[in-house]
Structure formats: structure tokens, C-alpha cells
Design a binder for this molecule. Structure first.
Ligand SMILES: C[S@@+](CC[C@H](N)C(=O)[O-])C[C@H]1O[C@@H](n2cnc3c(N)ncnc32)[C@H](O)[C@@H]1O
Length: 196
């Protein structure tokens, strides 16, 4: 079921976003985190970041997931060229259909604020990580511009602030969380490593 407005869906599929995601967003979001092995992306949208990950890290086997079937279709077309290195599935991030401890990394880019139960999505992401695996991502924080944009475009959302994110990860089995506030507090960049 779609959680984004038509405007946001169109943006997420657009060529400018794909180019920007590859050139600027992915390198910034990952910082110095090198990916390899089995990687899960939650809320992968049209596959813009997934394509950038597959290009940049030839050793990655990726499962790209999204709750919205239209986004799954878009990503299936976009990522077909990567063959069996990638699988695209319709999966709700709050109820991941994967065993415990089966991914080396989970990626969450600009999607948690669209998930009403985002705390649950975090619990699930950490559950499916192998010990020592990492959840990396970024998201919008609750600020007047973010409230305004989502109010106008009508996307389903539940924005959060950094203290709420800190509280949500406090009880998870992760090492000291790396949660940064960036660009004047508009976005958070996070890295959570599951304890060994
Ligand atoms: C703003 S888009 C970001 C897409 C992609 N991560 C990117 O950076 O291009 C947010 C995505 O999260 C998806 N989404 C929303 N709620 C979800 C949920 N509960 N589980 C999985 N995906 C969800 C939406 O369908 C949408 O594709």
C-alpha cells in the first residue's frame, strides 16, 4: 500500500534523484562504511540507492525491499541489469520475513519517517543483522520545513526528533550508537552496530 504522495513517488523515481543519490547521497550516507556480503535495504523505493550500492560494491548481494508494490515494480525494472546479485521483494519493514542474524548490513535511506511504527522497524533491522553487522542510514528529523513539506504533499509520515531516536535505540543490542544531526538538524545520519 502506498505511503508516499504522488509527488514524492514521482520524485523518488526521477532521473535527477537517481543521479544525485549515486553521486552524492550514497557516499555521504555511508561515510567510510564499506559494504560486502549479504545486504538488506528496507524502503528501497524505486531502487536508486540500491543501484548505487551495487555499482560501488561488487561483492554485495542485495535484497531490496519496499512495502509499496508500485515501488517494488519500479525497482524490479531498474535493477534487472544486476541479475542474480539482487532480489526485489515486497516486505514491510516492521515485519521482516527473514531469519535472525542473516545480513551483514541493513540500509535505511530516507524511509523511517514514513513508517508509523518506525521503532519496530529498527528492532527488526537489528534482529536480522549478524553479530557485528551494521544498520546504516539517514532520515529526516522533525523540523518545521519537514512538517510543512509533508503536510503539503500529504504523504503518510511520523517524523521524529533525535532524542526520540536515541530512546528507541537505547535498549537494542548495539554498540555505542552513532547518531548524528546534520545540515542544521534537518536530517540524522545513523550507524548502529549489532553487538558480537
Ligand atoms: C522517500 S522514499 C525513499 C526511497 C529510497 N530509500 C531512496 O532513498 O530513494 C520512502 C520509501 O519507504 C517506503 N515505505 C514506507 N513505509 C514502509 C514500510 N513500513 N516498510 C517498507 N517500506 C516502506 C515507501 O513505499 C517508499 O518507497
Amino acid at each position: 500500500m502506498p505511503t508516499m504522495s504522488r509527488i514524492e513517488q514521482a520524485f523518488c523515481r526521477s532521473a535527477p534523484w537517481r543521479a544525485f543519490a549515486k553521486r552524492s547521497v550514497l557516499p555521504w550516507a555511508l561515510a567510510d562504511e564499506a559494504l560486502s556480503g549479504d545486504v538488506l535495504e528496507i524502503g528501497s523505493g524505486s531502487g536508486a540507492m540500491a543501484a548505487a550500492v551495487l555499482e560501488r560494491f561488487p561483492d554485495v548481494r542485495l535484497i531490496a525491499t519496499d512495502a509499496d508494490p508500485a515501488m517494488v515494480d519500479a525497482a524490479t525494472s531498474r535493477l534487472a541489469r544486476y541479475g542474480d546479485r539482487v532480489e526485489i521483494r515486497q516486505v514491510d519493514s516492521t515485519s521482516l520475513e527473514f531469519d535472525d542474524d542473516c545480513f551483514d548490513a541493513v540500509l535505511s535511506f530516507l524511509m523511517l519517517h514514513h513508517v508509523m511504527r518506525w521503532e519496530r522497524a529498527l528492532v527488526e533491522a537489528i534482529r536480522v543483522l549478524r553479530p557485528g553487522g551494521v544498520l546504516v542510514g539517514y532520515d529526516l528529523l522533525e523540523t518545521p520545513p519537514a512538517r510543512f513539506i509533508h503536510g503539503v504533499d500529504g504523504s503518510a509520515h511520523r517524523l521524529f526528533r533525535l532524542p526520540e531516536l536515541r530512546a528507541a535505540v537505547a535498549d537494542l543490542p548495539v554498540e555505542v550508537p552513532d547518531l548524528a544531526s546534520c545540515f542544521g538538524g534537518i536530517v540524522t545520519q545513523f550507524r548502529l552496530r549489532k553487538v558480537k
